[in-house]
Design a protein around this ligand. Structure first.
Ligand code: NAD
Length: 483
């Protein structure tokens, strides 16, 4: 079939990136991929040229033009104000869904989990990856966990739609909503709510800690798992590693107008330049890309040749095991072995059939936001106070009030320490003082300004404030622990 070449943007990345990208492109071109490559430079070299984002403005033009990005891993310099370029790219071009398939290749790749075949659908833009962090006192730092209704709805709908399109039976949700009742609570609630629209699919929710333990122990119990960003990042590495190597998993990052394909692993700098790295993760990312650009015949050919190669025991160092493997090869030789097998189907592992895959068809939209009756009912004022006696602080500000608001509690690291705190509670220099009334009666911004002024006049350093609201009468803030 002759087909018009599809323009794609390619970045060779850092560390093992260039080697695995070369191998990947050699294989897909040999398989007949109809692509026109526009190469951009990102990562370490760009960071050291003084672009703290790791990408030059001109590279965005290429992405805007092609809207399809095949990206090798890059090295994020530690500290120094450098932001992770991976996170930047995902967020700037709205790649909200990260799809990470992990399956067992038993008995050809050694793994304890012979029947594992799961897909992790990771929310890709929000959560702690919003990257909003502050140091507020000598002792306390914080990171804001942002979970939005539209962001959550899109990823959950995507997971259900994906399960339907790919003939999956069950969707599981992992959260920690027993602790984070508002943020993870929203994610769980939306999962339950949207799940009712998919009666054909089985649904379940696990608290992430025990869910992660179950995933590491019995991964065959899962099918599609949808998670907020951080849990998905961590657990997809765990899931990939227990199939045999983190080097085996590829991933698709999908947005409304863009898509990016990559390996899930990083740039493994210690393995760079030695023709050692396993290119499978990036290759499987490229296979997902070929499906996305409607070249599923090529995707199928590559995927099956890769399975044949693994079946024949031709393995890179990371999956090589005496007894199971037959030949230890480097990156280039592994790519050549796959090329030699193009057109073949695996004899023992299940052959891949992409004949029903129809490119980018999953499109989800968030529902219009329902506007609630929102009322201001108080304020949390955060102070930097070195004296560790909560009663001294409480007694100094207990008379402060404005409108209906007065001091109801003081917490330290979220634990109530005033009034009636426990003497055993360890206190830092970071205090949260809550001003409201018990009946949640409405206050005004003017009252808050008055409280702010009175706290300052009492000689305290305010480091931040957080307004307290109710939405349709329901408190939009958590209680203090021990309250
Ligand atoms: P890593 O995934 O790069 O490597 C961890 C270890 O896994 C390696 O030492 C190696 O033993 C093994 N490994 C990884 N990929 C392999 C492959 N293809 N073949 C064989 N073995 C492989 O994780 P890291 O060392 O924590 O991170 C290194 C750098 O990569 C950091 O700068 C990090 O920020 C970056 N990183 C980038 C991405 C990305 O670009 N998408 C993702 C994760 C980490």
């Amino acid at each position: 079939m002759t087909q018009k070449k599809v323009p794609i943007t390619v970045a060779y990345g850092d560390g093992i990136g260039p080697e695995i990208m070369e191998a990947t492109l050699d294989i897909i071109k040999a398989a007949g991929a109809q692509i026109e490559i526009d190469t951009i430079e990102i990562g370490e070299k760009v960071y050291t040229r003084g672009h703290s984002s790791g990408i030059e403005p001109s590279a965005w033009d290429s992405l805007r033009k092609t809207r399809v990005f095949l990206k090798a891993p890059i090295t994020t310099p530690q500290g120094g104000g450098f932001k992770s370029l991976n996170v930047t790219i995902r967020k700037v071009i709205g790649l909200y869904a990260n799809i990470r398939p992990c399956n067992s290749l038993h008995p050809f790749v050694q793994t304890k989990h012979h029947k594992m075949d799961l897909i992790i659908v990771r929310e890709n833009e929000e959560d702690l990856y919003a990257g909003i962090e502050h140091q507020q006192t000598d002792e306390v730092t914080q990171c804001l966990k942002v979970i939005s209704k539209p962001g959550t709805e899109k990823i959950i709908r995507y997971a259900f739609e994906y399960a339907r399109q790919y003939g999956r039976k069950k969707v599981t949700c992992f959260t920690k909503d027993n602790i984070m009742k508002i943020t993870d609570g929203l994610f769980h609630k939306m999962f339950d709510q949207i799940g009712t629209e998919y009666p054909d699919l089985e649904k379940e929710h696990w608290i992430v800690d025990i869910g992660a333990a179950k995933l590491a122990d019995t991964p065959e119990a899962f099918d599609v798992i949808v998670m907020p960003n951080l849990y998905g990042d961590i657990l997809s590495d765990v899931a990939a590693q227990i199939t045999g190597s983190v080097g085996l998993a590829g991933s698709a990052n999908i947005g409304d107008g863009f898509a990016m394909f990559e390996a899930i692993h990083g740039s493994a700098p210690r393995r760079a330049g030695q023709n050692l790295a396993n290119p499978s993760g990036l290759l499987l990312g490229a296979v997902q890309m070929l499906v996305h650009i409607n070249q599923s015949d090529v995707a199928e050919k590559v995927h099956n040749a890769w399975l044949c190669t693994l079946e024949d025991g031709v393995h890179t160092y990371d999956i090589f095991k005496e007894g199971t493997s037959k030949q230890k090869v480097g990156t280039k030789e592994f790519a050549q072995a796959i090329i030699q097998r193009l057109g073949k189907k695996p004899h023992s592992l299940k052959a891949i059939d992409y004949s029903n895959a129809v490119g980018k068809t999953i499109e989800v939209k968030a529902s219009p936001t329902k506007i609630a009756k929102k009322e201001l009912v108080g304020v949390d004022i955060f102070l930097h106070v070195k004296d560790r006696d909560p009663n001294k602080l409480g007694n100094a500000i207990k008379e402060i009030s404005a409108g209906k608001m007065h001091l109801t509690m003081i917490t330290n690291r979220g634990v109530k320490v005033y009034p009636d705190g426990m003497p055993e509670t360890f206190c830092t220099d970071h205090w949260r003082c809550r001003f409201k009334n018990e009946q949640l009666e409405p206050s005004t911004h003017k009252d808050i300004v008055s409280i702010y002024q009175q706290v300052m006049d009492a000689g305290f350093e305010i480091i931040k404030t957080e307004n307290l609201y109710t939405f349709d009468g329901v408190a939009g803030f958590s209680a203090g622990q021990g309250q």
